[in-house]
Write a protein that binds this ligand. Structure first.
Ligand SMILES: Cc1cc2nc3c(=O)[nH]c(=O)nc-3n(C[C@H](O)[C@H](O)[C@H](O)COP(=O)(O)OP(=O)(O)OC[C@H]3O[C@@H](n4cnc5c(N)ncnc54)[C@H](O)[C@@H]3O)c2cc1C
Length: 395
């Protein structure tokens, strides 16, 4: 039975509030410390939550709060020029759900507040100490707080990851920036997400249930840009950049031309995490993107973050020591997240942007589709994964 009573959760994003809710359910007191001074109001566009992620939210009682703020998309297609190919799927599973990032953050944070879990804003972790008695988190404002354990749910640029291992790898920049928007054009069929190979860059789009089309663009750029830098460049700048990239593409060009810059978001560089050798050291452990951020082509980043945060809490509930819990957690999660990351990087190799990418994709797509005639083998293990909260973890 666990002797862990208190936890400090660093990061008030998806993994952070999920971890706090799951810890609460496990009987462990948690408080969330977020670096930004205020809750996120407009932190980026839509997130697609996969079936496994939506199912995991049910474990912490968050499913209906999230579903109320989301809508389903049941089908996916790939578009190369004028050719459209349906992507294989598992029709017996519920569809993915689209939710705005700020709505997801807010739903989880409100649920946590309802359960008496505090979230402190303006608390940027800068250091940590630990000994046999506990762990101390030190913040940039000079304050500190002590608990049995510190959980780093602090995203791809995690500070906790470096406190665990100063030699830990950092995130890899994919060479792409993300810009999204809501166009007044109705493009493609309702209930279908289209992944389109443009003549210079790739993009995706789907119809919004209230009208118009949501699009997401991957803008190639040699150097990364933070969200702040991307926003400082101004939305008119991004509109012009997107017109240069997608102008001749159908429907990419028209989607951009018929988007009011006020309905666009520039969210900065897209990163992935290489395999992180150490997920924990003593009373410090990481979860979510801090430990594993697969390529966005996996569509699994947020869902895996939710799963890992919950399974970490489960291990902390059942273990008699922190080291036992973190070892069990890593053994449970690492094979799954690394398999999905490998699968996503194989998909990426078939998604070279530009004319060359279109030619390559057109030639290999029938083979990819043929291979994917076994969707159960390819998607089943990822999408059918369910967390059995009541089953004890063997530690
Ligand atoms: C453009 C884009 C589109 C995406 N689309 C999808 C999608 O459709 N589907 C999907 O599943 N995934 C998607 N992802 C991935 C998904 O957003 C992440 O996997 C998910 O947000 C990870 O959650 P997290 O809580 O681990 O990290 P985050 O959501 O990044 O939260 C980390 C939090 O920690 C805080 N923090 C950081 N450092 C500190 C510190 N030192 N002290 C205190 N607080 C700190 C941050 O301010 C932040 O609030 C997308 C990612 C991007 C960039």
């Amino acid at each position: 039975m666990s002797t862990i009573r208190t936890a400090i959760v660093i990061g008030g994003g998806i993994a952070g509030h999920t971890a706090a809710l799951a810890l609460h359910k496990a009987g462990i007191d948690a408080a969330v410390y977020e670096g930004y001074a205020t809750p996120a109001e407009k932190v980026g566009g839509p997130i697609a939550l996969a079936t496994n992620g939506v199912a995991a939210l049910e474990v912490i009682g968050a499913q209906s709060a999230v579903l109320d703020n989301s809508y389903p998309i049941a089908h996916q297609v790939t578009r190369i020029g004028s050719r459209t190919m349906a992507m294989p799927s598992l029709p017996d599973l519920p569809p993915m759900r689209i939710v705005l990032r700020q709505d997801l953050y807010a739903a989880l944070q409100e649920l946590a507040a309802d359960k008496g879990i505090p979230t402190y804003y303006g608390k940027r972790l800068v250091g940590a100490d630990q000994d046999g008695a506990g762990a101390v988190a030190r913040f940039a404002d000079g304050s500190s707080v002590t608990a049995d354990l510190i959980i780093g749910a602090d995203g791809v640029h995690s500070t906790v990851r470096t406190l665990i291992d100063p030699d830990a790898p950092g995130p890899s920049y994919t060479g792409l920036l993300s810009v999204d928007g809501h166009s007044e054009l109705d493009a493609g069929d309702p209930d279908v997400m289209s992944f389109a190979f443009g003549s210079k860059a790739n993009y995706l789009f789907w119809r919004h249930p209230d009208g118009g089309t949501i699009w997401g663009a991957n803008v190639p750029r040699p150097a990364p840009m933070s969200v702040r830098e991307a926003r400082a460049a101004g939305l008119e700048h991004w509109r012009q950049t997107l017109l240069e990239l997608y102008g001749p593409d159908d429907p990419g060009g028209e989607l951009i031309r018929r988007t009011d810059p006020d309905r666009m978001n520039a969210t900065g560089a897209i990163y992935i995490m290489p395999s992180v050798p150490r997920w924990s050291r003593g009373r410090l452990v990481i979860t979510g993107d801090a430990a594993h951020a697969p390529s966005n082509s996996s569509g699994q980043g947020a869902s895996l973050a939710v799963e890992s945060a919950i399974e970490l809490a489960k291990c902390l509930r059942d273990a008699s020591s922190i080291e036992g819990a973190t070892a069990a957690y890593e053994a449970l999660r690492r094979p799954r997240v690394e398999r999905i990351a490998r699968q996503a990087s194989r998909i990426n190799r078939t998604k070279t942007p530009g004319r060359l990418g279109q030619v390559v994709a057109a030639s290999i797509m029938p083979l990819v589709m043929a291979a994917a005639m076994r969707p159960e083998k390819i998607f089943g293990p990822t999408l059918r994964y369910r967390i059995d909260w009541d089953a004890p973890v063997s530690v």
